[in-house]
Design a binder for this molecule. Structure first.
Ligand SMILES: Cc1ncc(C[n+]2csc(CCOP(=O)(O)OP(=O)(O)O)c2C)c(N)n1
Ligand code: SF4
Ligand code: SF4
Length: 928
C-alpha cells in the first residue's frame, strides 16, 4: 500500500547492479543515492559492480543481506558515515563481517569463496561524498589487496588511510542535469527565493528538482550558496555541484568577486548573472584575471543588473531577492517567463501580504523593473585585469591562521590535510580579528570637541569595535596624522594622560548603536552628536592606519583604571571581539563586559545557543588573549548540562588549589618562606592583589623549576591554580529557564563560587524563536501562535529564595552603570551569583537600531525591573534587595505595542491580545 501511495517500495536490503557483480558496495542513507548514480554509469560501461542499500539497520536481518548479495561477489566495501572511537571497526562493517562469517560456517554457503570485506568511512566532518569518490572505492576493490579501514574525502597524511580518487570524474547523470548556483549574502533573501523557485519549477514543469543550501552559522554577513538541479529524470545526485559543472551562476553581491573564483564552477557555455552597481563599461575590469580567463575560455554569457538601485528605488532596503529571482527566470529557459513571474508575485503576496499592501506593491514593481533592466554584457573581451582575490586573512596573520583558518574562510577547508589540524583539538583564540567582514558602509567618528569621555559608546558596541585606551601623550607623537586623541577628562586621571576612542573600520557592522547611546549633542545643531556615523569610503584607509596604530599602544594599567566607572571600565581590553552575532545583538555587550572586567582569569562554560555559535564559530572565535597570552578558557559542552559543566570546572580548579596549597606547605622548607607565606595568605580582592599574586606565583615557579624534585614538579603543574580564577556559566533563557534548569537550580543550591550569566532574549533565539518559560505573557513565538497565555517565570525570585545567592536583573541599554556594578559585585561574591540580563534580539520583531529604546521601555513599563540582591547586605542587617529602577512610569501597553512579537496578536487575535495585555499589566502592578 505504501508503494501504491508513494511510488516507493523498500525491501530490508535493496540490491542494484550487475547480476554477476564482483565488486559490491554496502551502505545506507543518502550517500546510497550518489552510489546508485555511479553504479548506473559504471554498468553502462560494462563494469561488474553492484550496490547493496541497507534499508533497515536495526533489527539487523543477516539472512536477508546474504540473500540480496549476488553469488558472484568477491570483494565488498562496507561504508559507515560514523567513527566509533575505541571500536576496531564501524557498526555496519562489523555487522556485515559477522553475517558473512556466520553464513560461511553454515551447511550451504552461498559463495564459492568467502568474499573479502573491507570497511571505510565517508562523509564525516561535513565532507562531500561524490561519484568521483565512489568510483575511487570501486577502483580500490579491484586491487588484489584493498585497503581496509580506509577513509574517503579526508586527506589523511598522518595515518595514510585515505583512498585516491579522480576529482574530474563525472557521471552521465551529471551531464544530463541543469545545474544552477546562487551566491547570496546571509539574510538577503537569496535562500528563500531559491526555495520558492524550486517550487515554481517543480509545480509548473515536468522537471525533477533538487536544492541544497550551504551556509555557515554566522548570524549576519555570511555567504550562502544555493545549489539547484533540474532534470527530466529522477535526481540521485546527493552531493553539491562541482567545479566546471554549473550551467548558471548568479552572484547576488559583488563582494563575492573579491572572495571566490566563482567562475571556476562554470561549465562550458554557462550563464553568469551579476548584481553590480558599476556602470557597464567598468564591469569587465572588476573581474579577477582568473575570472576573465574563465569567461573567455568557457564562452560564458554575462548578464548584469543593478538590483541594489532597484531595491532602493522601491524602498526595499537590501532585499534584492525577488529582483534577482525574476532575472533568473528571464534569462534561463527552464520555463516561460510570464507564468514564472506570476508565480513569484503570488509568493510575494502570500509572504508579505500580512505586512501590508505597500510591501507587496513595492516588490511587484521591483520585479517588473528587474525584467526591464537586466541586460547582456557583450564585448570583445581580452584578459586585461590585474585583480586577484583578496586574501582571506592578512599575510601578517600567524601561520596556523593562514594555513588552516584562512583556508576554511576561503571555502577550501576540505583540502586541509589532517597533519595541519591540532592534535588535541585546542584551537588558537582571537581569530575573529583576522576575518575582516567589512559590513558597515558607514562607520562612527568621534567629535572630540563634544566628547566627554563617558565610555558609553564602547560599552554598548555589540561587536567590540569601538575601543578606548588611555596612554601618555608622548606615545602619540608618531601617530598617523588623522589619529584622534586628547587629554583625558576627570580628576581621577593625571595631566599628560591622553585618551582615544578608535574604531576598527573593517570590523564595524554599521549598526549605529554607539551613536544612538551617546548623550551629548551639539547645542547649535542637535542632530550632531559627540559621535556620528560618516561614510566609510573616504576615511576607511586612514582609519585602518589609525586602528593599527591604536592597537600597538599599550593597554592602560588595570590596577589604575577606576573600573567601577564607565570610563574606567572601558579602558580595559575586551577579550571577546568581532563576533559574528547579528548586527546590534543585545547579548554580546554583556559577554564583552565580563571579558573586560575578568577576561584574564575567566573560565567559561557556555551552553549551546546563540552565544556558543558566535562564541565558537569555527574556523574563528571572538574569544581572545591579551598581550601576556592570558585570556578566557572557553568550552561548550551541551545545551542541557551547562550549569553542571561549569560547576565541574569550579570543583576541579578548587581541587587543584587544595593540592597546590598542600604541596606548598609540604615544600616550605625548600622554598623561600616569606614567598610561601604571602602566597598562602594573598588577598586577591582587587586588581593590585591579583597582580601581586601572579608575580609571586611566577617567582615560585622559578624556584620549583630549580628544585627539580617530584613534589616540585607536581606543584609546578598546578601552581597556576594559586591565582584567582573566575568561573562563568553562560547561556540563554532556553537553557536557564527550561532545558538546563535542573542543573542551574542544583548549582545555585550548591553554594559554590560560580557566576551565572543568563542572556535573556525571552525565546530560543538560535533555533528561530521558540517559546521558553522566559517568554512574556501575550508574546507571539513559535509554539505560542496565539500569544503565550501564561506569565514569564520569575527566575530572579526563585534564586533569591536561596538567600545565599547573589542575584541581579540588568538591562544595559536602560541603566549601564547598574549593569557594570552588578557584574563587579557578582564576581566578587564568594558563592553562586546569577545575573539575568535583558537582551533584545531580532526575534522580538524590532529593528535592533532601537535596541536601547526597547530596553528602556521594558524597564519603564515594569516588565523588566532592575534589581540587585546581595546576601552580604543581609549579613550587615540591611535589606539584601536593592531596587535599581523606579516603579513603572508608562503603561505596559506602550512597551508591548512597540514590538512586533506582541503587536502581531492584535492583528490575528485582537480580543485575546487585549485580555493578555490586561493580565500582564495586572501582573506588573502586583509585582510593584
Ligand atoms: C538537548 C538539546 N535540545 C535542543 C538543542 C537545539 N538547540 C540548540 S541552541 C537552541 C536554542 C537556545 O536558546 P537559548 O538557550 O534561549 O539561547 P539563545 O539562542 O536565545 O541565546 C536549541 C533548541 C540542543 N542543542 N540540545
Ligand atoms: S556602528 Fe555598531 S559596530 Fe560600529 S562601532 Fe558603532 S556600535 Fe560598534
Ligand atoms: S540573540 Fe538574537 S540578535 Fe543576538 S545573535 Fe542571537 S538571534 Fe541574533
Amino acid at each position: 500500500r505504501f508503494a501504491q501511495l508513494t511510488g516507493r517500495q523498500y525491501r530490508l536490503f535493496d540490491y542494484l547492479g550487475a547480476e554477476d557483480a564482483e565488486r559490491v558496495l554496502v551502505l545506507m542513507g543518502s550517500g546510497a543515492e550518489a552510489a546508485e548514480e555511479t553504479v548506473d554509469h559504471l554498468l553502462a560501461r560494462g563494469e561488474k559492480v553492484g550496490l547493496l542499500k541497507v534499508r533497515l539497520f536495526r533489527p539487523f536481518a543477516p539472512q536477508y543481506l546474504i540473500d540480496a548479495l549476488p553469488p558472484t561477489v568477491t570483494n565488498i566495501a562496507v561504508l559507515d558515515r560514523t567513527k566509533e572511537p575505541g571500536a576496531e571497526g564501524e557498526p555496519l562493517y562489523k555487522d556485515v563481517i559477522t553475517a558473512l562469517a556466520e553464513h560461511q560456517m553454515s551447511d550451504r554457503p552461498r559463495f564459492k569463496a568467502p568474499p573479502k570485506v573491507v570497511g571505510g568511512r565517508y562523509g564525516l566532518g561535513s565532507k562531500e561524498f561524490s561519484p568521483a569518490m565512489i568510483k575511487g572505492i570501486y577502483d580500490e576493490l579491484a586491487k588484489p589487496q584493498a585497503k581496509n579501514h580506509f577513509t574517503v574525502g579526508i586527506i589523511d597524511d598522518v595515518q595514510g588511510r585515505n583512498l585516491a580518487w579522480d576529482p574530474t570524474f563525472r557521471t552521465d547523470a551529471n551531464r544530463n542535469t541543469r545545474q544552477c548556483l546562487f551566491y547570496g549574502l546571509g539574510s538577503d533573501g537569496t535562500v528563500s527565493a531559491n526555495k520558492n523557485s524550486i517550487k515554481i519549477i517543480g509545480d509548473a514543469t515536468d522537471f525533477h528538482v533538487q536544492a541544497y543550501f550551504v551556509y555557515d552559522s554566522k548570524k549576519a554577513g555570511a555567504t550562502t550558496v544555493s545549489h539547484l538541479r533540474f532534470s527530466q529524470s529522477p535526481i540521485n545526485s546527493s552531493y553539491l555541484i562541482g567545479a566546471d559543472d554549473a550551467d548558471f551562476i548568479a552572484c547576488h553581491h559583488p563582494v563575492f568577486l573579491e572572495r571566490y573564483e566563482l567562475l571556476d564552477m562554470a561549465a562550458e557555455g554557462a550563464t553568469f548573472l551579476l548584481n553590480t552597481e558599476l556602470e557597464r563599461d567598468a564591469i569587465w575590469a572588476s573581474f579577477t584575471v582568473a575570472s576573465q580567463r574563465q569567461i573567455i575560455d568557457k564562452n560564458i554569457k554575462l548578464y548584469c543588473i543593478n538590483a541594489a538601485a532597484i531595491a532602493e528605488r522601491h524602498g526595499m532596503g537590501k532585499r534584492i531577492n525577488t529582483i534577482m529571482q525574476a532575472c533568473f527566470f528571464a534569462i534561463t529557459d527552464l520555463m516561460p517567463t510570464e507564468p514564472a513571474i506570476d508565480a513569484i508575485k503570488q509568493a510575494v503576496a502570500s509572504t508579505y501580504g500580512r505586512k501590508g499592501r505597500a510591501i507587496v506593491q513595492q516588490n511587484n514593481e521591483a520585479i517588473d523593473d528587474a525584467l526591464a533592466e537586466v541586460y547582456p554584457l557583450n564585448g570583445n573581451w581580452r584578459v586585461d585585469s590585474t585583480r586577484k582575490l583578496r586574501p582571506p586573512v592578512p599575510d601578517t596573520a600567524p601561520e596556523f591562521v593562514q594555513r588552516v583558518t584562512g583556508e576554511i574562510i576561503a571555502g577550501r577547508g576540505d583540502l586541509i590535510p589532517v597533519s595541519l589540524l591540532p592534535e588535541d583539538g585546542a584551537y588558537p583564540v582571537g581569530t575573529a580579528a583576522y576575518e575582516k567582514r567589512n559590513l558597515g558602509q558607514e562607520i562612527p567618528r568621534v567629535d572630540y570637541d563634544l566628547c566627554t569621555h563617558c565610555g558609553k559608546c564602547a560599552f554598548v558596541c555589540p561587536h567590540s569595535v569601538i575601543r578606548s585606551k588611555a596612554f601618555p601623550a608622548e606615545l602619540a607623537v608618531e601617530a598617523p596624522p588623522t589619529f584622534q586623541h586628547q587629554q583625558i577628562k576627570g580628576r581621577d586621571y593625571p595631566e599628560g594622560l591622553h585618551i582615544s576612542y578608535q574604531v576598527s573600520p573593517e570590523d564595524c557592522t554599521g549598526c549605529k548603536l554607539c551613536v544612538d547611546i551617546c548623550p551629548i549633542r551639539d547645542k547649535s545643531n542637535v542632530s550632531h552628536k559627540a559621535i556620528n556615523m560618516v561614510p566609510k569610503a573616504p576615511s576607511g584607509p586612514e582609519e585602518k592606519d589609525n586602528w593599527t596604530f591604536f592597537e600597538q599602544l599599550p593597554d592602560y594599567d588595570r590596577r589604575l583604571a577606576k573600573i567601577d566607572t564607565m570610563k574606567g571600565a572601558m579602558l580595559l581590553e575586551p577579550l571577546f571581539e568581532f563576533s559574528g552575532a547579528c548586527l546590534g545583538c543585545g547579548e554580546t555587550p554583556y559577554i564583552r563586559l565580563a571579558s573586560q572586567l575578568f577576561g584574564d582569569r575567566m573560565v567559561v562554560a557556555n551552553a549551546t545557543g546563540c552565544s556558543s555559535i558566535y562564541g565558537g564559530n569555527l574556523p574563528t572565535t571572538p574569544w581572545a588573549a591579551n598581550r601576556e597570552g592570558r585570556g578566557p578558557a572557553w568550552n561548550n559542552s551541551l545545551f542541557e548540562d551547562n550549569a553542571e559543566f561549569g560547576l565541574g570546572m569550579r570543583l576541579a580548579l578548587d581541587q587543584q588549589r587544595i593540592l597546590a596549597r598542600d604541596l606548598l606547605a609540604r615544600l616550605n622548607g625548600e622554598l623561600d618562606a616569606t614567598l610561601v607565606e604571602d602566597i598562602l595568605n594573598a588577598d586577591e580582592s582587587d586588581e593590585a592583589g591579583i597582580h601581586e599574586q601572579r608575580q609571586r606565583v611566577a617567582a615560585l615557579k622559578e624556584q620549583l623549576a630549580a628544585l627539580n624534585t617530584e613534589p616540585a614538579r607536581l606543584l609546578l603543574s598546578v601552581a597556576d591554580s594559586l591565582c584567582k580564577r573566575s568561573v562563568w556559566i553562560i547561556g540563554g533563557d532556553g537553557w536557564a529557564y527550561d532545558i538546563g534548569y535542573g542543573g542551574l537550580d542544583h548549582v545555585l543550591a550548591s553554594g559554590e563560587n560560580v557566576n551565572i550569566l543568563v542572556l535573556d532574549t525571552e525565546v530560543y533565539s538560535n533555533t528561530g524563536g521558540q517559546t521558553s518559560k522566559a517568554t512574556p505573557r501575550g508574546a507571539v513565538a513559535k509554539f505560542s501562535a496565539a500569544g503565550k497565555p501564561t506569565a514569564k517565570k520569575d527566575l530572579a525570585r526563585i534564586a533569591m529564595s536561596y538567600e545565599n545567592v547573589y542575584v541581579a536583573h540588568v538591562a544595559y541599554g536602560a541603566k549601564d552603570v547598574q549593569t557594570l556594578h552588578a557584574f563587579i559585585e557578582a564576581e566578587s561574591y564568594d558563592g553562586p551569583s546569577l545575573i539575568i540580563a535583558y537582551a533584545p534580539c531580532i526575534a522580538h520583531g524590532i529593528d535592533l537600531e532601537d535596541n536601547h529604546r526597547q530596553q528602556q521601555l521594558a524597564v519603564d513599563s515594569g516588565h523588566w525591573p532592575l534589581l540587585r540582591f546581595d546576601p552580604r547586605r543581609a549579613e550587615k542587617n540591611h535589606n539584601p534587595l536593592h531596587l535599581d529602577s523606579k516603579p513603572p512610569s508608562i503603561p505596559y501597553r506602550e512597551f508591548a505595542r512597540s514590538e512586533a512579537r506582541f503587536n502581531m496578536l492584535w492583528r490575528s487575535h485582537p480580543e485575546q491580545a487585549e485580555r493578555l495585555l490586561s493580565e500582564a499589566q495586572h501582573e506588573v502592578s502586583q509585582r510593584f
